[in-house]
Design a protein around this ligand. Sequence first.
Ligand SMILES: *[C@@H]1O[C@H](CO)[C@@H](O)[C@H](O)[C@H]1NC(C)=O
Ligand SMILES: *[C@@H]1O[C@H](CO)[C@@H](O)[C@H](O)[C@H]1NC(C)=O
Ligand SMILES: *[C@@H]1O[C@H](CO)[C@@H](O)[C@H](O)[C@H]1NC(C)=O
Length: 445
Amino acid sequence: MCHSCAYNLQGLRFTILNLLLLCSCTLILLPGFFEITPLLTRVIGLRDAFHDLDNHCQSAKPITASEFHDRQRRLAETLLDLNASAYIAEPGASAQYFGNISTASWKLSERPLLLIITPHLVNDSQVEAKVSILTPHFEATRAKLLPVPSEDVNYIEWREEENPYEVAASVLPMRKTVYLDDSARLFISSGFQQALQHAQVSPSPSEIREIRQRKSNAEIELLKCANEATLLAIRAVHKRMYIGMKESVASGMMSMALQTAGLEGGSCLTLFGENAALPHGSGSDRALGKNDFALFDCVGSLHGYHSDVTRTVALYQTKVPPEHRAIWGDVHFAQTVASRVALAGTITQDVDAAARSFLDLTGRGSYFTHRLGHGIGLETHEEPYLRGGSLDIIQTGHTFSNEPGIYIEGKVGVRLEDCFYIDSSGQSIFLTEGVGGQALSPWDP
Ligand SMILES: *[C@@H]1O[C@H](CO)[C@@H](O)[C@H](O)[C@H]1NC(C)=O
Ligand SMILES: *[C@@H]1O[C@H](CO)[C@@H](O)[C@H](O)[C@H]1NC(C)=O
Ligand SMILES: *[C@@H]1O[C@H](CO)[C@@H](O)[C@H](O)[C@H]1NC(C)=O
C-alpha cells in the first residue's frame, strides 16, 4: 500500500469515527431515539437471527440442458401436428422456458431479438427442433453469448437497413401458420403479418401454451423450495415483530429474510390494520397497533421460478377483535374448501366458485372482491387462472395460487395464500406442504 493511501485511509477512519459520534449524539437528542434504538439493535441482529433460513434451497438445481431439449422437441412435435412452420417469442417467460432467454439476459428494445423454433422431420417417426436467434447484426457477438441450451443454434443477423421480419421469413419452412408468443409486442406481430403475406400469423394455441403451463418434476421442486423458503421467512419475521413497528420496518426485515433464504428479488406487500383492506396497499406507513392484524404478501424467485405466499398474522400480545378472528377463520376455511375441490379434471371457475360460495354462506361473500388464484411458474402470475368465467380444465402439473380474502374498507383485511400443484394422481398438494402448508392460526402462520 502506498504511503499517501495509508494516510488517506487514516483520514477516512477519523471521518467515519466523527460521523458515528455525531450520529449517536444526534440520535440521543432526537425525540425518536427510543424508537430507533430497538430498531438498530434488531437490524444488526437480523442477519444472525435469520441464519436458520440460510440455504434452505441450497440443493435446488436449475433446469438442465436436457430438459430444455425435451421442451424444444415437444414444441417441435406440436408445431408439426398443427401444420405450423414456426414458434416465435421475444425475450420473456416463454423464451426463457424454451430457450433460456429472459428479459434479464436480454432487455427488450425497439430492435427485435427473437427466439425462433422450427420443426424438422428426421425420418417418419422423429421430429427435431431447430433453434434460431434473430439478432441485430451489430449485436450478434452479444447474442451469441446468450446461454441458449441447444447444440446447434442458428444465428440470423439483420442489418439496420433491412426488414428484420423479411430476413426471418427467409429461414422459415413453407407451411401455413406461424405462431407468435402471446406476450410479443404489436409491432413484432404486424411486422411478421406484412412480411409473411402467404402465411397466417397467430397467437399460440392452447396446445402450445399447455406445454409451459404443465410443470415437470424439476420445476415443481424449484417452486416448492421457493415457496417453502418464503413461508419460513414470514415465520422468522413474525417472531421478531413488535407493537408500534412501522410497515416499512417489517417490510425491510422481510426483504432481508427472503434474501438470506436464498431467493432473488424477494419483497413483501406489508399492510397493518385497516390498510390491509386495500388488497394492493394504501401507500401510508402505518405503525402496528395493539388490535391489528399484519398482512404479508411475499414473492421471490429461485432459478427463475417464483413464490407467492400471503399470511395474515397477529402477535401474542395482540388483542384481536372477535369479529376479525372470525373472518380469519372463514378465509382459512375457504382456502381449505378450494384445495379439496381443485383436482385434475375440475374446471378452473368451479374452484373459485367453491371458495366463494362458502364465504357467501358466512354473509361476507361480497367482501371477497378478487379472483381466487392464478397460475405460477416463470411468472408470478400466469395462465391458467382460478376465476369466475375461466373454463380451463385442471391437469396434472398445473400450479396455482389459492388466495381467498375478505376486505372491509376502513376496518380489516385478511388474505391467506398458499400455492399448490396437481400431482401425478390428480390431487392438489400445497407447494408449502414441506414446511407445514396452510397457516394454523393468526399466531401460528
Ligand atoms: C440458463 O441461463 C442461466 C443464466 O441466465 C445460466 O446460468 C444457466 O446455466 C443456463 N442454463 C443452461 C441449461 O444452459
Ligand atoms: C396439414 O397440411 C397437410 C397438407 O399440407 C394436410 O393434408 C393436412 O390435413 C393438414 N393438417 C392439419 C391439421 O391442418
Ligand atoms: C429415426 O431416427 C432416429 C434417430 O436418428 C432413430 O433412432 C430411429 O430409429 C429412426 N426411425 C426410423 C423409423 O427410421
